[in-house]
Design a protein around this ligand. Structure first.
Ligand SMILES: Cc1cc2nc3c(=O)[nH]c(=O)nc-3n(C[C@H](O)[C@H](O)[C@H](O)COP(=O)(O)OP(=O)(O)OC[C@H]3O[C@@H](n4cnc5c(N)ncnc54)[C@H](O)[C@@H]3O)c2cc1C
Length: 513
């Protein structure tokens, strides 16, 4: 089952404030949130790291999991397998959270959220295999760039019209970027291990941006801009710590795939195992852990009680949930200071994947400094004959399109692209958009620590009383399903150390927390 995008947003609460800090920009909630100064003495006693809820092998507990995205489903399944009584409470009438597949013409599917996976994501691979889901292969990016009014193809490096350093010429953006990471003492493999970063690396990188990292080892401004055009969500101004795993995913592996029939088939398969343990259409409005048990109240007044909670509610929404006793100052500061991207996808299905004949394709098919930002080609070996793409607009570009009339805004983006890079798209078959800031259950797309926010890395793993936290935004792999699965396992193991994944990851992953 797949659901069409929700096009009628509920109003976001008055306390929302938008701050655009980079070209792509960030959505940050709260005003004047300054760097958090630890206030250890203000912490209630129960905010200290709690022991696992399960103390004896045979003990079964009632666990409430808030949110039925990949993190919540992972946590719920692993605890249910250990014999605990699990209830998953979900805001929407569907499971999957930010995995949301949308049917297109000709039997094709696009992805409003999580769009692709790579072979350096061992948990994702093992879960897809465990549930017997078929894969589609995709192309990595061999894009056409359009920057500063000039166009050039990634496949024809020697013709690039930009003022790159001699060392940056004649090699791909991925090779140069990996070289720059190496010169900074980093590599694409290590930064994806679950124990990264160690405290020394955290200190070393906490005050740096991606631009600082690249410039300090001799990278040119032109290279920085091309990287921005290629990658989109990370920019020169992004906090280095949060962006480095993102860079490693994009530039450390060229094997891309998605699930045939839609990526949300994975959460749906997991939900099937949990069955009636999932309560849909139940936005959590209050959490009370003042008494012997935890109590959760949902919008229609129903109450659920249990021994412990795993919350995967995005912090953008969680900070508006009434909680008793109040959050500790450090948790409150984390919720307020985490930076969230704003993203709009413009879905564009074409009569054929005409770009292939021009020697360009993939993730991304084109990247620019223009309002259309980037186009991603997810056609790969999907049947149907149509070209399957989406534009990926972030920050200021996302904000700009949302100010345009709803009926025409998606078409305007396609038209701008066709004007800048004519000949790549043939006839349009489907044009529509999906805006992440308009979804009341998240109000953004990806969350991560700002520059100076390394303290959050420890903080998001710490339970607050009997509330444990999961969600990709509580890992260094924010914006990736791999992070969501890791976080669900971590939170489940805080409650019961014997909790296991549905399938063991084959490669480098060892959950350490
Ligand atoms: C535009 C976009 C592109 C992406 N691209 C990729 C990609 O290419 N590859 C990749 O691996 N990942 C990608 N991701 C990230 C991926 O989708 C996420 O990492 C993953 O789905 C997050 O799972 P989660 O469970 O942590 O959070 P979510 O999926 O956000 O789940 C949170 C759940 O909590 C629920 N909830 C919220 N508030 C309440 C409440 N008050 N009460 C009860 N429930 C509540 C929500 O409805 C939701 O179901 C992308 C995401 C976006 C938005």
């Amino acid at each position: 089952m797949s659901n069409p995008p929700n096009r009628t947003p509920e109003p976001v609460s008055d306390s929302s404030k938008l701050f655009w800090s980079t070209r792509r920009g960030f959505l940050r909630r709260s005003v004047g949130a300054l760097a958090f100064a630890p206030l250890a003495s203000a912490l209630p006693a129960w905010a200290a790291k709690a022991p696992p809820v399960r103390s004896r092998e045979s003990e079964s507990h009632k666990i409430l999991v808030l949110g039925a995205g990949m993190a919540g489903l992972t946590a719920a399944l692993s605890l249910q397998r250990c014999g605990h009584d699990v209830t998953v409470i979900e805001y929407q009438d569907r499971v999957g959270g930010r995995l949301l597949s949308v049917p297109l013409k000709g039997g094709q599917f696009t992805e409003a959220g999580g769009g692709h996976f790579r072979s350096n994501m061992p948990y994702v691979l093992s879960y897809i295999r465990r549930f017997g889901l078929p894969l589609l292969s995709l192309n990595d990016g061999l894009p056409r760039y359009f920057y500063g009014g000039k166009a050039a193809d990634a496949a024809v490096l020697s013709n690039w019209p930009w003022d790159l350093n001699p060392d940056e010429r004649n090699v791909s953006i991925a090779s140069t970027l990996n070289h720059y990471l190496f010169l900074n003492g980093l590599d694409a493999d290590t930064v994806l291990s679950s124990g990264w970063p160690d405290p020394a690396t955290m200190n070393r990188l906490d005050s740096l941006t991606v631009g600082d990292l690249i410039k300090r080892v001799g990278g040119s401004t032109a290279f920085m801009k091309l990287l921005d055009a290629h990658g989109g969500t990370f920019t020169g101004a992004s906090a280095a710590l949060g962006a480095i795993p993102d860079l490693a995913y994009h530039f450390g592996d060229q094997n891309l795939f998605r699930i045939r029939g839609g990526n949300d088939l994975l959460p749906q398969a997991m939900a099937k195992v949990l069955g009636k343990r999932i309560v849909l259409g139940a936005p959590v409005v209050a959490i009370d852990q003042g008494g012997d048990r935890v109590k959760v109240t949902v919008k229609d007044g129903r109450e659920f009680s249990g021994d412990a909670i795993i919350s995967t509610i995005p912090f953008t929404v969680l900070q508006d949930v009434t909680v008793t006793p109040k959050w500790s100052p450090k948790k409150k500061a984390m919720f307020e200071q985490m930076e969230w991207d704003a993203t709009v996808k413009v879905i564009a299905q074409t009569k054929t994947p005409a770009w292939l004949a021009q020697g360009i394709h993939g993730w991304p098919l084109a990247g620019s400094d223009r309002p259309w930002e980037r186009v991603i080609d997810i056609t790969g070996n999907e049947p149907g004959g149509f070209g399957n793409t989406f534009f990926y607009l972030n920050g200021a570009n996302a904000a700009a399109i949302l100010k345009r009339p709803r009926e025409t805004r998606a078409q305007e983006v396609v038209d701008q692209f066709r004007e800048d890079l004519p000949g790549l798209f043939d006839e349009m078959v489907t044009v529509q958009d999906f805006a992440w800031t308009e979804q009341p259950w998240i109000r953004g797309s990806f969350g991560g620590p700002p520059v100076g926010g390394a303290w959050m890395i420890d903080e998001w793993t710490k339970p607050e009383g009997r509330i444990h936290f999961a969600g990709d935004f509580t890992t260094m792999k924010s914006g990736w399903v791999e992070g969501a699965i890791e976080s669900g396992l971590r939170a489940a193991r805080q409650i019961d150390p014997s909790a296991k994944p549905e399938a063991e990851a084959g490669l480098r992953q060892e959950i350490t927390a």
